[in-house]
Design a protein around this ligand. Structure first.
Ligand SMILES: Cc1cc2nc3c(=O)[nH]c(=O)nc-3n(C[C@H](O)[C@H](O)[C@H](O)COP(=O)(O)OP(=O)(O)OC[C@H]3O[C@@H](n4cnc5c(N)ncnc54)[C@H](O)[C@@H]3O)c2cc1C
Length: 621
């Protein structure tokens, strides 16, 4: 029975059968964990998601956040849920016990986070930003700063944000105007306005810690002159208790398309000249420090895309099974034909397959990156560490951009499956679409992610990260070819893979030529192509495992020779239904999506520059 959010069976398949995370439990770092623990915690996470967080979803959207008399209120239902969430130990289970976590592998937390994100991302961002900000202090702070802030933050007693954006400095963070002036006691006086700050002010905790980007007076322009400061909403006294307000005022709470339960604020620092900040790390190294949080946040935004897509898909399947409408097309001429569930209509089935395969592919990609982070942490040799970190670096823009873009598309298709009801607020799918949209914008727009991929990540470590990923895909193709049932589809993956390799080399040489604008112009379509080939790889890898499992089950049941008997097992044995579904996802993707890759590569290779050459005036008169 679906929980309406995430397919927990698929989560288990990816964690244990596809990635094999038990390998981690054999390492010193994770020796206290076992498969049973992971399953037990998955069960607990599911209860937290379904019983505590999900009830905040629609209510939080309806009530929203409000600014009154200088104070920001969150939806009433959030208060108790937030308390239960932090008391349940879900703030930062993947952090070390030394700082209040449980030392859990990141990949396990990734799976649990998917459920929380699917239940209500607007709610979960309050804790996500808090732990992210605490992570910055843990990594770059002084002992004094660590003691003062991180334990309270990781416990959810105080919350956190990330303050980069200003009205004139969005993508171009280096254009910021917020200033920091050295004070005699070694602290800094902060003055400036930050806008669009998620969880910027609220009533879920008595204090909020803002990591704020600012330029120390006299420092150079652009990103190289930026430093980062810890600005506490309230001054913190010697004994750790809270003092007076630190001259941080909320100017506005944005009225948004979605994500209404999260307070997106304009924050004014130092209107009265009394806002004090502490330097975090070294002067002029603000971007280096902040990027630590930005990279983590990008992966979390990918999880937002996945969470919404997953919930939208689970709802759409359920609805398609229940909604009776129309007779089957093959009964057109039968006057006695009975109406059927819409899942019987070919067009609906095709859409569901499209959604299913993307959700499963995106889920695997995001979990894989979590797993790589754990593997890097536990690697013995430097070479191994670099390999796993390399995958994380390479795939971060894909997790962020591809998951959010395709996640949005899945939500869009879910609305189509609901028909007119999908457009109405009685059903949650319209909210999934509204809430999902922001994921392609914040943490660096998806356009910027693709530039990061093409301009930086492909060539990182002299291309070794990309080569290693190509090696993985090549391995999957070879493995799939050994299965009679998958051979044909493995061939389609191979064709798209070869086209991607060829395109990557073409872009590399164009980047060094007078045509260097072509890779920049086509960075977004390149990211989409790469993402699709990765989906093909992850789905085919899953199909190989599923084939092996199916063959074993058929052998046991004596159904090896008879297709009829095998099909019969689908209705009797949930494993057969599940594994057959995994094979179907891979075959569908290889048939429907992968054959488009070659043509899309050719478009880029042709290097057409019409979009660059057209005059600004010709776009619209
Ligand atoms: C709900 C919400 C929550 C947010 N939360 C936070 C937060 O917690 N903290 C925070 O600091 N910020 C936050 N933001 C801000 C968000 O990160 C920015 O909106 C985003 O970085 C884009 O900046 P911008 O809106 O100024 O767009 P712009 O920078 O003006 O970009 C507009 C368009 O131009 C493109 N563009 C701009 N420059 C380039 C370039 N050099 N090359 C190619 N294309 C380019 C962009 O891709 C985009 O498509 C939030 C925003 C929203 C809406």
């Amino acid at each position: 029975m679906s929980n309406g959010l995430v397919n927990t069976r698929d989560q288990q398949f990816i964690l244990f059968e596809q990635l094999g995370i038990e390998k981690l439990f054999a390492t010193e770092k994770f020796k206290d964990f076992s498969k049973d623990d992971a399953l037990m915690m998955q069960n607990e996470a599911e209860k937290m998601a379904v019983n505590v967080i999900l009830p905040t979803y629609i209510e939080g959207d309806k009530e929203g956040c409000h600014l009154k008399d200088g104070k920001v209120s969150t939806p009433k239902i959030f208060k108790d849920a937030f308390k239960k969430f932090k008391d349940g130990g879900w703030m930062c289970p993947m952090k070390s016990p030394d700082v209040g976590g449980q030392g859990m592998p990141i990949v396990m937390n990734t799976a649990y986070l998917e459920m929380f994100a699917a239940a209500n991302i607007a709610f979960i961002m309050y804790s996500g930003l808090t732990v992210g900000a605490a992570g910055l202090i843990e990594k770059f702070g002084t002992e004094d700063q660590k003691n003062k802030y991180i334990y309270k933050m990781n416990a959810g007693e105080w919350c956190g944000t990330m303050c980069l954006t200003e009205p004139g400095a969005g993508t171009d963070v280096g254009a910021l105007k917020t200033t920091a002036k050295r004070l005699p006691d070694g602290t800094y006086s902060i003055t400036g306005t930050k806008c669009f700050i998620s969880a910027g002010d609220h009533d879920l905790a008595p204090n909020i810690i803002h990591p704020v980007l600012a330029r120390i007076e006299g420092d150079p322009p652009g990103t190289r002159g930026i430093s980062i400061f810890i600005v506490s909403k309230f001054r913190v006294k010697e004994d750790g208790s809270l003092g007076e307000l630190n001259d941080v005022h909320t100017g506005n709470v944005e009225h948004k398309m979605g994500l209404k339960g999260n307070a997106t604020c304009t924050l004014n620092f130092g209107d009265e000249g009394k806002c004090v900040g502490e330097l975090l790390g070294k002067e002029r190294e603000g971007m280096k420090v902040m990027f630590h949080m930005i990279n983590e946040a990008r992966l979390e935004v990918g999880m937002q895309g996945l969470g919404h897509a997953s919930a939208a898909y689970e709802h759409a399947v359920q609805y398609a099974k229940e909604r009776i409408q129309g007779i089957p097309v093959w009964e057109m001429k039968n006057p006695d034909a009975k109406p059927v569930s819409i899942i019987e209509h070919p067009d609906v089935r095709r859409d569901l397959m499209w959604m299913k395969s993307y959700v499963e592919g995106i889920r695997t990609m995001n979990y894989f990156v979590g797993y790589c982070m754990d593997m890097a942490e536990t690697a013995i040799t430097n070479e191994e560490k670099e390999k796993w970190n390399g995958f994380v670096e390479l795939l971060t823009p894909l997790c962020k951009a591809f998951s959010s873009d395709r996640g949005f598309d899945v939500c869009n298709k879910a609305i189509d499956i609901y028909g007119g009801y999908g457009y109405c607020q009685e059903y949650p799918v319209e909210q999934y679409l509204r809430d999902c949209k922001i994921a392609s914008i914040y943490e660096g727009t998806n356009g910027i992610q693709s530039l990061d991929l093409v301009g930086r990540k492909l060539a990182q470590r002299k291309g070794a990260n990309m080569m290693a990923m190509m090696g993985e895909i090549g391995g999957t193709i070879a493995r799939a070819k050994a299965f009679e049932d998958l051979k044909k589809y493995a061939g389609k993956l191979e064709e798209s893979f070869n086209a991607l390799v060829d395109l990557t080399m073409t872009l590399a040489s164009l980047g060094k030529s007078s045509n260097f604008l072509v890779p920049i112009l086509y960075a977004s379509p390149f990211l989409d192509i790469f993402g699709d080939v990765l989906m093909g790889h992850f789905l085919m890898q899953a199909a190989c495992i599923a084939e092996e499992k199916l063959n074993a089950i058929y052998k046991e049941a004596g159904a090896e020779e008879s297709k009829g008997k095998q099909r019969g097992l689908i209705h009797e044995n949930t494993d057969v239904a599940f594994y057959s579904g995994k094979v179907a996802s891979a075959k569908f993707f290889a048939t429907e999506i992968l054959p488009t890759v070659k043509g899309r590569c050719e478009v880029i290779k042709a290097g057409d520059k019409i979009a660059l050459e057209i005059a600004d005036e010709s776009f619209a008169i």
